[in-house]
Design a protein around this ligand. Structure first.
Ligand code: ZN
Length: 242
């Protein structure tokens, strides 16, 4: 198809168009381009439309946090202690407690680490690599929940102390989604995929874990080191990179 000034004029006079969509094969005459500029008609190329139609995956940066087991919760806060919820998280049934914990490493201490609920079967401390360097802990990159062979750490709530002999990880970045999202994105649970982060400092993450559960809300979780590396802002998002 050839898009001429003549055709554009017709469209403009009839419908007062503000934009025009063209496919890759469309030839646009120079006078048509001039006319578009004159009338401020926006040119939208279809290849770009396809790109823009890609599913945007919201990104959430998770700060360092602790998932406590009942055992460690009892030691730190006392048996039967009831935690106070301070904030609901984006994933259903997940929340942050008001209570905080101090992490004590061989090289440093990090105060006020948030505890996320509900209780887990095993205590897990999720750090960024920067945090682990500050503490002097050799935290390893792991899928959440896979803590065998990971280092431990000393924790305190200011009053009581507990040492866990494993559970300190740098959580592998992952995307929460339900089955409908998984179908739309053409991925399945436990897949490792490439995700392009669209931000002021864009880039690609490889080996991003897909986590499918119908309770999940579409969200990519990265830690603060990753968020800072990619200059994440509220306008940033992820898209599957093939
Ligand atoms: Zn997550």
């Amino acid at each position: 198809m050839v898009l001429t000034e003549e055709k554009l004029k017709l469209l403009y006079n009839k419908e007062n168009i503000k934009e025009i969509k063209v496919d890759k094969k469309t030839v646009i005459t120079p006078s048509a381009r001039e006319y578009m500029a004159q009338k401020s008609i926006k040119l939208i190329e279809e290849s770009k439309i396809e790109e823009n139609n890609k599913i945007k995956i919201p990104i959430e940066a998770s700060g360092r946090h602790i998932h406590l087991s009942q055992k460690e919760a009892d030691i730190l806060f006392g048996t039967g202690y009831v935690f106070t919820i301070s904030k609901e998280l984006s994933q259903l049934g997940q929340y942050a407690y008001k209570e905080r914990v101090r992490l004590i490493g061989s090289k440093g201490i990090i105060e006020n680490v948030v505890i996320l609920g509900p209780m887990r079967k095993e205590t897990q401390v999720e750090l960024s690599l920067t945090d682990s360097r500050i503490l002097g802990v050799n935290a390893v990159l792991r899928n959440s929940g896979l803590i065998d062979g990971t280092p431990g750490i000393l924790m305190s709530n200011g009053k009581n102390f507990v040492y866990i002999d494993k559970g300190v990880i740098i959580a592998r970045n992952h995307i929460h989604m339900n089955e409908k999202d998984a179908n739309r994105l053409n991925v399945k649970d436990n897949d490792l995929i490439k995700v392009k982060i669209v931000s002021e400092r864009s880039g690609i993450f490889e080996n991003v874990l897909v986590r499918v559960d119908n309770k999940f809300i579409l969200n990519m979780h990265i830690d603060y080191d990753e968020a800072n590396a990619f200059y994440i802002s509220k306008d940033s998002y992820g898209e599957i990179y093939e």
